[in-house]
Design a protein around this ligand. Structure first.
Ligand code: 2BA
Length: 106
Protein backbone atom coordinates (compact mmCIF):
# COMPACT_ATOMS: atom_id res chain seq x y z
CA UNK A 1 0.00 0.00 0.00
CA UNK A 2 1.06 3.59 -0.66
CA UNK A 3 0.10 6.93 0.81
CA UNK A 4 -0.03 9.84 -1.60
CA UNK A 5 0.40 13.39 -0.39
CA UNK A 6 -0.87 15.70 -3.12
CA UNK A 7 -0.48 19.45 -2.72
CA UNK A 8 -3.09 21.15 -4.89
CA UNK A 9 -4.50 24.62 -5.34
CA UNK A 10 -7.48 25.44 -3.11
CA UNK A 11 -9.59 26.10 -6.21
CA UNK A 12 -8.92 22.61 -7.59
CA UNK A 13 -9.21 20.65 -4.35
CA UNK A 14 -12.96 20.02 -4.35
CA UNK A 15 -12.99 18.80 -7.96
CA UNK A 16 -10.07 16.47 -7.23
CA UNK A 17 -11.73 15.06 -4.10
CA UNK A 18 -15.09 14.65 -5.85
CA UNK A 19 -13.56 12.79 -8.77
CA UNK A 20 -11.44 10.58 -6.51
CA UNK A 21 -14.56 9.73 -4.52
CA UNK A 22 -16.55 8.98 -7.71
CA UNK A 23 -13.89 6.39 -8.58
CA UNK A 24 -14.02 4.90 -5.08
CA UNK A 25 -10.89 6.48 -3.57
CA UNK A 26 -11.03 7.88 -0.05
CA UNK A 27 -9.08 11.04 0.71
CA UNK A 28 -8.42 13.44 3.56
CA UNK A 29 -8.11 17.17 3.00
CA UNK A 30 -5.66 19.19 5.05
CA UNK A 31 -5.51 22.99 4.96
CA UNK A 32 -1.84 23.85 4.37
CA UNK A 33 0.35 26.82 3.46
CA UNK A 34 3.10 26.93 0.85
CA UNK A 35 6.48 27.90 2.28
CA UNK A 36 7.43 30.15 -0.64
CA UNK A 37 4.30 32.15 -1.46
CA UNK A 38 2.90 31.75 2.05
CA UNK A 39 -0.56 31.36 0.55
CA UNK A 40 -2.96 28.61 1.47
CA UNK A 41 -3.16 25.42 -0.51
CA UNK A 42 -4.63 21.98 0.16
CA UNK A 43 -2.77 18.77 0.90
CA UNK A 44 -4.70 15.60 0.15
CA UNK A 45 -3.82 12.29 1.79
CA UNK A 46 -4.88 9.28 -0.27
CA UNK A 47 -4.17 5.70 0.83
CA UNK A 48 -4.26 3.24 -2.10
CA UNK A 49 -3.16 -0.19 -3.26
CA UNK A 50 0.15 -0.09 -5.14
CA UNK A 51 -1.51 -0.96 -8.43
CA UNK A 52 -3.90 2.01 -8.21
CA UNK A 53 -1.25 4.69 -7.63
CA UNK A 54 -1.05 5.75 -11.28
CA UNK A 55 -4.85 5.91 -11.56
CA UNK A 56 -5.00 8.28 -8.59
CA UNK A 57 -2.16 10.40 -9.99
CA UNK A 58 -4.00 10.61 -13.32
CA UNK A 59 -7.22 11.80 -11.63
CA UNK A 60 -5.31 14.42 -9.62
CA UNK A 61 -3.49 15.55 -12.77
CA UNK A 62 -6.70 15.84 -14.79
CA UNK A 63 -8.33 18.16 -12.25
CA UNK A 64 -5.34 20.28 -11.13
CA UNK A 65 -4.51 23.32 -13.17
CA UNK A 66 -1.30 25.24 -13.54
CA UNK A 67 -1.47 28.94 -12.67
CA UNK A 68 0.82 31.91 -12.87
CA UNK A 69 1.09 34.18 -9.89
CA UNK A 70 2.88 37.52 -9.79
CA UNK A 71 4.69 38.33 -6.56
CA UNK A 72 6.71 41.40 -5.57
CA UNK A 73 10.43 40.86 -4.92
CA UNK A 74 13.02 43.30 -3.64
CA UNK A 75 15.96 44.21 -5.89
CA UNK A 76 18.95 44.48 -3.55
CA UNK A 77 21.22 46.16 -6.13
CA UNK A 78 19.72 49.57 -5.36
CA UNK A 79 20.34 51.63 -2.24
CA UNK A 80 16.63 52.14 -1.88
CA UNK A 81 13.70 49.70 -1.90
CA UNK A 82 12.64 48.67 -5.41
CA UNK A 83 9.82 46.21 -5.76
CA UNK A 84 10.09 44.09 -8.91
CA UNK A 85 7.21 41.81 -9.87
CA UNK A 86 8.23 38.20 -10.51
CA UNK A 87 6.10 35.57 -12.24
CA UNK A 88 5.86 32.25 -10.44
CA UNK A 89 4.23 29.21 -11.99
CA UNK A 90 2.26 27.19 -9.42
CA UNK A 91 0.86 23.67 -9.76
CA UNK A 92 -0.96 21.63 -11.16
CA UNK A 93 -0.12 19.29 -8.23
CA UNK A 94 2.97 18.29 -6.26
CA UNK A 95 2.71 14.62 -5.31
CA UNK A 96 4.74 12.50 -2.90
CA UNK A 97 4.23 8.71 -2.88
CA UNK A 98 5.36 6.94 0.29
CA UNK A 99 5.26 3.32 1.41
CA UNK A 100 2.77 2.34 4.10
CA UNK A 101 4.08 -0.36 6.49
CA UNK A 102 0.72 -1.07 8.00
CA UNK A 103 -2.85 0.11 7.48
CA UNK A 104 -5.65 -0.63 9.93
CA UNK A 105 -9.15 0.59 10.61
CA UNK A 106 -10.08 -0.49 14.12
P1 2BA B 1 4.94 27.34 -2.34
O1 2BA B 1 6.07 26.89 -1.49
O2 2BA B 1 4.19 28.54 -1.89
O3 2BA B 1 5.52 27.57 -3.83
C1 2BA B 1 4.72 28.12 -4.85
C2 2BA B 1 5.49 28.16 -6.15
O4 2BA B 1 6.59 29.05 -6.02
C3 2BA B 1 6.07 26.80 -6.56
O5 2BA B 1 5.10 26.09 -7.29
C4 2BA B 1 7.28 27.22 -7.40
O6 2BA B 1 6.90 27.51 -8.73
C5 2BA B 1 7.71 28.52 -6.75
N1 2BA B 1 8.80 28.35 -5.79
C6 2BA B 1 8.81 27.61 -4.67
N2 2BA B 1 9.97 27.73 -4.01
C7 2BA B 1 10.72 28.57 -4.75
C8 2BA B 1 12.05 29.11 -4.62
N3 2BA B 1 12.81 28.79 -3.56
N4 2BA B 1 12.49 29.94 -5.59
C9 2BA B 1 11.72 30.27 -6.65
N5 2BA B 1 10.47 29.80 -6.84
C10 2BA B 1 9.98 28.96 -5.91
P2 2BA B 1 5.01 24.52 -7.16
O7 2BA B 1 6.37 23.92 -7.37
O8 2BA B 1 3.91 24.07 -8.06
O9 2BA B 1 4.62 24.19 -5.66
C11 2BA B 1 3.30 24.42 -5.15
C12 2BA B 1 3.28 24.14 -3.67
O10 2BA B 1 3.60 22.75 -3.49
C13 2BA B 1 4.33 24.88 -2.86
O11 2BA B 1 3.86 26.16 -2.52
C14 2BA B 1 4.48 23.99 -1.65
O12 2BA B 1 3.38 24.15 -0.76
C15 2BA B 1 4.35 22.60 -2.28
N6 2BA B 1 5.66 22.01 -2.61
C16 2BA B 1 6.30 22.08 -3.81
N7 2BA B 1 7.47 21.41 -3.77
C17 2BA B 1 7.57 20.91 -2.52
C18 2BA B 1 8.54 20.11 -1.85
N8 2BA B 1 9.68 19.69 -2.46
N9 2BA B 1 8.33 19.78 -0.54
C19 2BA B 1 7.19 20.19 0.09
N10 2BA B 1 6.22 20.93 -0.50
C20 2BA B 1 6.41 21.30 -1.77
Amino acid sequence: MKLLFAIVDREDANAVVRNLSKRGFSSTKLATTGGFLLSSNITLMVGVDDKMVQTVIDIIKEHSHSRTQVIPTNDMSFDFDVSIPMEVSVGGATIFVVNVDRFEKV
